[in-house]
Design a binder for this molecule. Structure first.
Ligand code: PNW
Length: 446
């Protein structure tokens, strides 16, 4: 009963990795348990006015204690792939040194539970919860943090590597750059453009050093970064708008893609930043070789396009979601996937996030009708399907998110899950999108 759907049926490859995603700080809670240290998000969410309603991840959706129930939900949905993140401050409370065994044990239990249920794990090493002690030492503005990350990654590879076939290094370096250091809406809440792009370089370097650590460990697990990418369209057909959209694309996409896959930062962005920028001065000989070491897969997160005006500003052209930054444009996913394959070659791709926040409420009959999410996912999956048909090596798709959770500065007001969480009781209820997704997985399409 979905109006205006694509003409079906659409069949995905038999081995397609139907999945869903979460991240540690957004779901785990148990902020002070089993030796976990503080992260920048513990600090940031406590500063008055930084998050909606002053919400924090202290309890979140209590996944740390309810993980077995959540694993059963995943099995119920028929998920083949589950993407989650490992909390760095659970493993190294101060960001360095000997691992905290109880932290590692939690992820061992989770990974064993996935294995028992036949669900393939995909583990992100860093989804924004930097140990506060490392922030106090300079955070991502300090080159040393990249090395600390590689040491942490190495430790996790050795402790959990036998159970993890695919690793993701850094989640969305761009969001740390833009929200953490340009707008200040995310931790650490800075507004310092010169710092921001040095941070971008150090995040890319951290990725590359972690790849080197995995290769040195002799592991045959796969590894790659997770980039959120935004197709940038000119708002009119003037040459000015085309040029503005191209530079915008440099900052949104090529900064990350080119350094990873071409071994160089885009010239137009470097020129725009200038030779005296902290980033330009922070790039050392050999860094780009580290950053561009071959990866096994590229994780793509797609939410929205950007519509760029001739003066370099942006406009909204398509319908926006509850997240003011998100415009709904499924075609953007097709454009993005085909562009990556065309410009960067046939690197295996996974979509590690795609989703929509909706104003979900629990009805008297204990159902949640989120038809907007169903339409959104159906249209984006149809775009992904077309990209596959056109030769894009897309292996899997993960809905953001499996469960409603702590949506960073938007707190608990924005619900992104397939599964509704009643925050007062922590009860989980499948939304209509969850039962729809279950049938899509069972049928291999729709
Ligand atoms: C991602 N944008 O963040 C994150 O990886 C998730 O943790 C988060 O919950 C999810 O998307 C929903 O927001 C993004 O401005 C933040 O385009 C900002 C943007 C995209 C993704």
């Amino acid at each position: 009963s979905i109006p205006n759907g694509p003409a079906g049926p659409l069949r995905f490859p038999d081995d397609f990795g139907w999945g869903a995603a979460t991240s540690a700080y957004q779901i785990e809670g148990a902020a002070k348990e089993d030796g976990r240290g503080e992260s920048v998000w513990d600090t940031f969410s406590r500063v008055p006015g930084r998050t909606r309603n002053g919400d924090t991840g202290d309890v979140a959706i209590d996944h740390y204690h309810r993980y077995a129930e959540d694993l059963d939900l995943m099995r119920d949905l028929g998920l083949r792939s589950y993407r989650f993140s490992i909390s760095w401050p659970r493993i190294q409370p101060d960001g360095t040194g000997t691992p905290n065994q109880r932290g590692l044990d939690f992820y061992r239990r989770l990974l064993d539970g996935l294995h028992e249920r036949g669900i393939t794990p995909m583990a992100t090493l860093f989804h924004w919860d930097l140990p506060q002690a490392l922030q106090d030492a300079g955070g991502w503005e300090s080159r040393d943090t990249s090395q600390r990350f590689a040491d942490y990654a190495d430790l996790v590879f050795h402790a959990l590597g036998d159970r993890v076939p695919a690793w993701l290094t850094v989640n969305e370096p761009k969001t740390v750059v833009q929200n953490g250091y340009l707008t200040g809406h995310h931790a650490p809440g800075r507004q310092d453009p010169d710092a921001a792009y040095l941070v971008a370089h150090h995040l890319q370097l951290a990725h590359g050093l972690a790849v080197a650590a995995l290769r040195a460990s002799g592991s045959d697990s796969r590894i790659g970064p997770a980039f959120n990418l935004h197709p940038c369209y000119p708002a009119d057909d003037s040459p000015q708008a085309a040029a503005a959209a191209h530079l915008y694309d440099g900052y949104e996409n090529r900064l990350y893609l080119d350094s990873l896959l071409k071994g160089s930062y885009p010239e137009d962005v470097l020129t725009d930043l200038g030779p005296q920028s902290r980033m330009a001065r922070g790039i050392r000989d050999g860094d780009l070789a580290i950053i561009s070491a071959p990866v096994d897969l590229l994780a793509v997160q797609y939410y929205t396009p950007i519509y760029v005006t001739a003066d370099g500003g942006t406009e909204h052209r398509w319908a926006t979601s509850e997240a003011t930054w998100q415009q709904i444009y499924p075609e953007g996913l097709y454009d993005l996937l085909t562009r990556i394959t065309r410009e960067y070659g046939p690197i295996p791709l996974t979509i590690t996030e795609n989703g929509l926040p909706t104003p979900d409420t629990l009805a008297a009959d204990d159902t949640v009708q989120d038809t907007g999410r169903i339409s959104f996912l159906r249209d984006h999956l149809a775009a992904a399907h077309r990209a596959i048909a056109d030769g894009v090596p897309l292996e899997s798709f993960h809905v953001w998110s499996l469960l409603d959770n702590f949506e960073w500065d938007a707190g608990y007001d924005q619900r992104w899950g397939l599964v509704y969480v009643d925050y007062a009781t922590q009860r989980r209820v499948l939304k209509s999108s969850a039962t729809w997704y279950r049938s899509v997985i069972a049928d291999g399409g729709f």
